[in-house]
Design a protein around this ligand. Structure first.
Ligand SMILES: C[S@@+](CC[C@H](N)C(=O)[O-])C[C@H]1O[C@@H](n2cnc3c(N)ncnc32)[C@H](O)[C@@H]1O
Length: 293
């Protein structure tokens, strides 16, 4: 299982430890921001030092300074970019995070979509656009599976994308510690999760039927052309825009809107806002939007 980064791994700066020089931090910050959109103000220097120390050891560099010299003067930046970005992304997530969104989905959004289409023959297409370790797309899969028990939906597909390759590996394996799935209602755990034969390992795995619905792929929300389908019924893009500045949020959301079918639903994180942005969306719930045209 891969290490998941949370804001908690920001450790206090200690004297005597290998430290990042301000010039190196500025070079790293400029690269990270332009590649991923993630804002890197100087207040993040301790976090970046902490996250990169493991990477420094794996590459065999003697210090953070040497690691940076190899990147920016030794020509290794392109090859190292994936690992560098993996190290600095914050991947905090959980099953049924911000649960009101899943209630809204089953009580309002999905019935509305099916009614307006008057035929469920096309099935439903969802996109979890910053999916981290898979808790969000598998929550969607469980919610959709429950919904299908009473409503006829021919097919469900869930695209699950993230920039960080480590979390995508976890998502594709679909294996989680039991402690990580405690937020899943017990009856859903019984239906959609398998416990490891060796109970001492304390692991569960999502059932194959739901795993088949979810396709994981590396994807950068900063890309100019998204190159994915343009007819998603529902897009979840939660708790990632907070890392971007306003112009980047506007650009990302504009591109995401193009991939929603008219009337499709967009869910943002509870602390995210579209205030001051010009977008083809109207508000239908708390951090829930529909494509307007
Ligand atoms: C805090 S997690 C949120 C996960 C999930 N959506 C949730 O709400 O629980 C943010 C995720 O966004 C991803 N991310 C950051 N920048 C990205 C970018 N430019 N393109 C795609 N994913 C990105 C990170 O790798 C991380 O896994």
């Amino acid at each position: 299982m891969q290490a998941m980064h949370t804001e908690l791994d920001e450790i206090p700066r200690q004297t005597g430890m290998d430290r990042l020089h301000r010039r190196d931090f500025d070079r790293l910050a400029a690269f990270i921001e332009s590649y991923s959109g993630i804002k890197m103000p100087p207040s993040k220097i301790t976090m970046v030092e902490g996250r990169l120390r493991r990477r420094v050891r794996s590459t065999g560099a003697a210090s953070l300074g040497e690691y940076c010299r190899r990147l920016f003067e030794g020509g290794t930046l392109e090859a190292e970019a994936v690992h560098l970005i993996d190290a600095v992304t914050t991947n905090k997530t959980e099953f049924f995070r911000e649960p009101e969104h899943f209630d809204y989905l089953t009580a309002t959004a999905l019935p509305t979509l099916l009614e307006e289409r008057r035929s469920a023959s096309n099935g439903l297409k969802l996109w979890s656009a910053a999916c981290s370790t898979g808790a969000e797309p598998y929550t969607l899969a469980m919610v959709l599976a429950e919904f299908r028990q009473t409503r006829s939906v021919s097919r469900v597909s869930i695209l699950a994308t993230d920039l960080c390759t480590e979390v995508l590996q976890t998502g594709a394996q679909a294996i989680y510690p039991e402690a990580a799935v405690l937020s899943v209602p017990i009856e859903l755990r019984r239906r959609y999760m398998l416990r490891s034969r060796d109970r001492t390992r304390g692991l569960v795995r999502i059932v194959p039927g739901l795993r088949d619905w979810v396709q994981f792929a590396r994807f950068n929300l900063m890309a100019e052309d998204y190159g994915v389908d343009r007819d998603f019924d529902v897009i979840f893009c939660r708790n990632v825009l907070i890392y971007f500045d306003k112009p980047t949020q506007q650009a990302v959301l504009r591109r995401l809107c193009r991939h929603l079918r008219p009337g499709g639903y967009l869910f943002l994180g509870h602390s995210e806002s579209v205030a001051g942005l010009t977008l083809p969306l109207h508000v239908v719930g708390h951090t829930v939007f529909r494509r307007a045209d």
